[in-house]
Design a protein around this ligand. Structure first.
Ligand code: ADP
Length: 636
């Protein structure tokens, strides 16, 4: 095939523009990115060699090599890893695969262009960082497993396009040649390269070698020295997770975390342990302090990196952790899994299941400890990840109570930023109270004024305030906590008193006819009109059946364009509210029936508003209100 001249995709152009013109600090991370790619390429090739006999000839000793050439002004980063075919290189170095990256680009362009470049690697745009220090980049690559010397040459000056050519290369792998900009020639210096490698890539499993010149005593003349060139490995290669905990400093842990997660914050918690017994493995896990940018994108990759005896098997092994702990990153190195373990095997492997159980338990225990020993830090964690963690109540039946113990709640009795837990709720619960109450909604201030809470406030019963859309499902899945049922105050019937007060009974009797008339008027709108035990000051409200759908959930589903079956609600009226006495008086008078109808509809519309919905006919509602105002004003 001849030379192909190709355009970068628009988003690559934008990214390059950003790289070249806007990001000025930490330019040295380009080397970290290239070494990381080289190391991945070697891991892939090594893995292929293990699983596929034909590939086993491989490349001999795995190695990443840095070659600074002062005369040419180039720095070459070479690896003998998997390499790329022509199609692969066009795909990998011409587009940006992740949609999260495009999103990231947009925000970066909108906001501070000097944004922290540590973010760059997070979105898989690592390679393009070479253009922060180079005018021209040549990539020479040969795919592993090819018998011939057919290779591909890719080249670009970051001017919006690149070329791809046939080329010759003897060994498998990739050479990336950076033609350094005039003011970036420091990356030809031994000490500079050594610094950057030890800073960012020290733990990399494969040797990062560079030929260095050393002065040695002359064997023939003790007083003289001679210059010799020899390969030196720049990185210590010690897998951090296999070191003794006592030997690892906090900075080392943090640096390692930042390296693998591409996060620029320190982790909020580190979990490092070695499991022995039925399954032997070492885990080094991190709980981030902030929700990773991509976590809500479909392509967000879940799970720690899986190693088997220090050989990387896959970079995100989602089988190792339950989805509700998907914010955890880190490394798991197993001693007893086979090296050629494949995705299919992973899904039904007992060892993996054992590891997953152990990791889940360890993380949940760590969170419980953190909650007890460092409440402020735990609060911060919960703010970021509580929403994800609580999914576990729904999906992990066996551990639902343990997860419930980790949740923090705002309630009608917490003030400002304080929170409570289910356990504290039970401790403070009055003896007469039989259930744990909660209310769902979108705004705490609004909820605090809600008529649904009136009877509970009067009785001094605490109600948990829940603001996430999934909360009703979560509480439904939890069902009960330490033997006490969880009950939504906006659903089903509420009986806070065992015996109804005599005045309530009396009011009920007097209301029966009115109730029936209102039911008749609203028969197309509501399933039932009943006398309420949850209202004190307000006149009325709407509630769903015990098994009905939470109104917040309903709104969410509708917003997502899902069809929600229309279910009629129950209209509750407060028998002690004076409006009903007045309406009762209208009953006997035929000429007042229209008024009765109008008032009933108006009350129903009020209930809709209180529930967070729109009145059925907003214009008619507004008209009635105005009419009433006029009548009242006329009376003087
Ligand atoms: P990321 O590494 O996050 O995917 P990069 O922009 O750094 O993003 O690289 C894009 C892709 O190019 C990689 O996913 C890989 O497929 C390919 N690639 C980059 N460097 C190499 C290399 N040295 N050997 C083989 N493939 C490489």
């Amino acid at each position: 095939m001849t030379t192909q001249h190709m355009e970068f995709k628009t988003e690559v152009k934008q990214l390059l523009d950003l790289m070249i013109h806007s990001l000025y600090s930490h330019k040295e991370i380009f080397l970290r990115e290239l070494i990381s790619n080289a190391s991945d390429a070697i891991d892939k090739s090594r893995y292929e060699a293990l699983t596929n006999k034909e590939m086993s000839e491989g490349a001999g000793e795995w190695k990443i090599r840095l070659t600074p050439d002062r005369t040419a002004g180039t720095l070459t980063v070479s690896d003998n890893g998997i390499g790329m075919t022509r199609d692969e290189i066009v795909e990998s170095l011409g587009t940006i695969a992740h949609s999260g990256t495009k999103e990231f680009l947009r925000t970066l362009q909108e906001r501070d262009k000097q944004a922290n470049p540590e973010l760059i690697g997070q979105f898989g745009v690592g390679f393009y960082s070479v253009f922060m220090v180079s005018d021209r980049v040549t990539v020479l690559t040969k795919k592993a497993g090819l018998q011939s010397s057919m290779a591909v040459r890719w080249e670009s000056t970051a001017d919006g396009s690149f070329t791809v050519d046939d080329a010759e290369k003897e060994d498998q792998g990739t050479d990336i040649v950076l033609h350094l900009k005039d003011d970036e020639k420091k990356y030809l210096e031994e000490w500079e390269l050594r610094n950057v490698v030890t800073k960012y890539s020290d733990y990399i499993d494969h040797p990062i070698v560079m030929e260095v010149e050393r002065k040695k005593p002359d064997a023939y003349d003790k007083d003289k020295t001679i210059s010799v060139k020899e390969d030196e490995t720049l990185n210590s290669r010690k897998a951090l997770w296999l070191k003794d905990k006592a030997e690892i400093s906090e900075t080392e842990y943090n640096d390692f975390y930042k390296h693998i997660s591409h996060d620029f914050n320190n982790p909020s918690k580190i979990v490092h342990y070695k499991a022995e017994g039925t399954s032997e493995f070492t885990a080094l896990l991190f709980i981030p302090s902030k929700v990773p940018h991509g976590i809500f994108f479909k392509e967000f990759k879940i799970g720690p990196t899986l190693y088997v005896r220090r050989v990387q098997i896959m970079d995100h092994c989602e089988e190792l952790i339950p989805p509700y702990l998907r914010f955890i990153t880190g490394v798991v190195d197993s001693s007893d899994l086979p090296l050629n373990v494949s995705r299919e095997i992973l899904q039904s492997n007992r060892q993996i299941e054992t590891i997953r159980k152990s990791l889940t338990k360890k993380v949940l225990d760590t969170l419980a400890e953190m909650k007890k020993d460092d409440p402020d830090k735990y609060r911060a964690f919960h703010n970021e990840f509580g929403r994800i963690l609580k999914e576990g109540i729904h999906y992990d039946f066996a551990r639902k109570e343990q997860i419930a113990d980790l949740l923090l709640f705002s309630s009608t009795k917490t003030e400002g930023n304080t929170v409570t837990t289910l356990d504290t709720y039970l401790t403070n619960m009055p003896i007469a109270q039989e259930e744990i109450y909660y209310i769902t909604g979108t705004d705490r201030n609004e909820i605090m004024k809600s008529p649904y809470l009136e009877a509970f406030v009067e009785k001094g019963y605490e109600v948990l305030i829940m603001l996430d859309e999934i909360d009703d499902i979560i509480m439904g899945s939890l069902h009960e906590y330490k033997g006490k049922k969880l009950k939504s105050v906006i659903r089903g019937d509420i009986h806070l008193d065992k015996e109804k007060a005599p005045e309530t009974k009396k009011a009920e009797g007097a209301m029966e006819k009115l109730r029936a008339s209102m039911k008749e008027i609203l028969k197309d709108e509501v399933k039932e009109v009943r006398l309420s035990e949850r209202l004190r000051d307000s006149a009325c409200c709407l509630v769903t059946d015990e098994g009905g759908m939470d109104p917040n959930m309903e709104k969410l589903l509708k917003a997502m364009g899902q069809e929600v079956p229309e279910t009629k609600k129950i209209f509750e009226i407060n028998p002690t509210h004076p409006v009903f006495d007045a309406m009762n008086a209208l009953l006997g008078d035929e000429s007042k029936l229209n008024l009765l109808k109008e008032y009933t509809e108006m009350l129903y519309n009020q209930a809709l508003i209180l529930e967070g919905s729109k009145p059925r006919d907003p214009a008619a509602f507004a008209k009635t209100v105005s009419k009433l105002m006029v009548e009242r004003l006329k009376q003087g």
